[in-house]
Ligand binder design. Structure first.
Ligand code: SF4
Length: 116
């Protein structure tokens, strides 16, 4: 079994934003793919998660955390695993982005602003 990558939780992380996340009342299975999910099933689930994130008042904080922590799985802040990977490739691991940086990067990629 391949080693599971771990998130790298930043030292300065705060969690209070999670109390306002819309996903608190959503099915967590919408945000995390089951093993071997592919194709349209994965696309539909990701879109459903992103639609919830689109209306979330802490979307930017959530995306900021997920990017800085290098969260390996799930939809966070409206960003899928693949979308976060694309951002990681543009940001050195030693230069963990702050919220403003995430917004700047995401504006370029049109990622944070779209609903799914
Ligand atoms: S942005 Fe999405 S994943 Fe993050 S707290 Fe809000 S609903 Fe949950």
């Amino acid at each position: 079994m391949p080693q599971q990558p771990l998130s790298q939780v930043p030292d300065d992380v705060v969690w209070t934003w999670q109390e306002r996340g819309l996903c608190r009342t959503a099915d967590p299975d919408v945000f995390f793919h089951p093993q071997n999910e592919r194709g349209m099933a994965r696309l539909r689930r990701d879109r459903a998660a992103k639609a919830i994130c689109a209306g979330c008042p802490v979307k930017v904080e959530c995306a900021d955390y997920a990017i800085r922590a290098r969260e390996p799985y799930g939809v966070w802040g409206g960003l899928t695993e693949e979308e976060r990977e694309a951002l990681y490739a543009r940001v050195p691991a030693t230069a963990l982005p702050k919220i403003s940086h995430v917004a700047e990067l995401s504006a370029d990629a049109s990622m944070l602003g779209h609903a799914g």
